[in-house]
Design a protein around this ligand. Sequence first.
Ligand code: FAD
Length: 478
Amino acid sequence: KPVIVWFRDDLRLADNPALHAAAETGLPVLCVFVHDPALPLGRATRWWLDGALRAFQASITACGGELLVLHGPTFEIMCDVLRTLQPAGIFWNRRYGLHERNIDSRVKDYCKENSIAASSFAASLLHEPWTVQTRAGGRFRVYTAWWRAVCEMGDPACPLAAPERLCSAPVPEVLAGRTTVDALALLPKTPDWAAGLRAEWHPGEEKAQDYLGAFLNDTLEGYATLRDRPAGVSTSRLSPYLRFGHLSPRQVWHATKRAVQTASHEISLADQDKFLSELGWRDFAWSLLFDRPDLASTNFRPEFDAMRWLDEPDMFTAWARGQTGYPLVDAGMRQLWITGWMHNRVRMVVASFLTKHLLIDWRKGARWFDDTLVDADPASNVMNWQWVAGSGVDAAPYFRVMNPVLQSEKFDPDGEYIKKFVPELRHLPVRALHAPWQASPAELTRAGVRLGETYPCPVVEHRFARERALAAWKASTG
Ligand code: FAD
């Protein structure tokens, strides 16, 4: 009898406790992945999943195994696999979204009824949500306190090695939902909008390790001070790799600490600690979603329910297309559209712009991000949107309205980021890059910029927008 490993958002060989445990049994191993058409995957993540599955199939094959790709409703497909194969056991790594937990527990029940041993493992977070508790045994709602408790828990478990060799199980001829990655048709057809994604990203475990190595060698030093600069590479860019589980946060944690201890030159502990605490936000987001599965649709703070958001589709389109007339906002939205990713500082600026300057509901912005980000993550996305909007847990207060021009001057002082993604402004003097409407007519002419023609005038004036947002907030909170 074989054992089954059911892969989900954990497409890696190393530090994969479910795979590790299955290999340890010494029995033939069958690896399965189910693509459920009901799963609300955005277009950018579908693109990523295609590459991720191909890369993972290749690594499993190189290890002597086989990854079966199945298509259909997850629960029914998994029951069919279990019925057909009658395995000695099934192994998977735990998930924390409500829908996923429900499916997993139904599969577990099916196994129990049919005397199949089902084993699940912790693999995708530093610590599972229920293990981080206040002294009174409750849950944290403030990140700093949560992070302090995490640090007191010590290092997370050490990563496991990849299995050296898998003993492959014969695959039955007929298996419901059996398909190929090609047949899943996850890639865009026409128009092919993914050229920028292909140029930027290469899904897979091997690439994840390359990114991690490059970050630890070249970028970790200075991370605490430079991470807010969107030009160039100032952060790890590991988010899509973590999203699909090409590497685990535990691997990142331990590799970071090792790199700091063994670096030939000194890397400050401030850089290490800042980076690890950013990694912690990902866990925090999942622990929030674990407790509040409705977070994607519901304000964490109910007083925001009365907020009168504006319904202005033209404004939303200007934002989504990077045509607001605020260069930093436009650069960010275009980076997202072209590469499927956006720097964290700019994510905050564009999210603040949408929810406060344009007074558009954060849920609309979160849906756009969900569709266009290669790292779109059900927990991190909504937690951060609610955080910026002010409706979330431990959130930035609503009255703190980011000024997109000041943010631009502070974090993109040379305008390098703007020039890259808003090239029609690249000949403006740096000062005017942040606010082209303040350039003199001569400067605009020299730079070939005609406001309202080659680049939009601001869709809303900052001071007016700020006052309007504050008034709306006051009206909603009484
Ligand atoms: P680094 O600075 O190198 O950080 C390392 C890792 O820590 C990241 O890969 C990520 O896994 C985690 N991390 C860092 N910051 C955060 C954070 N604020 N919240 C949660 N995890 C964090 N991140 C996503 O992974 N998916 C999303 O869908 C997502 N949506 C966001 C929406 C908004 C409005 C905002 C403001 C932020 C969002 N983030 C999201 C968080 C953050 O912007 C990205 O994780 C980060 O930009 C990824 O780049 P990096 O890997 O270079 O980060």
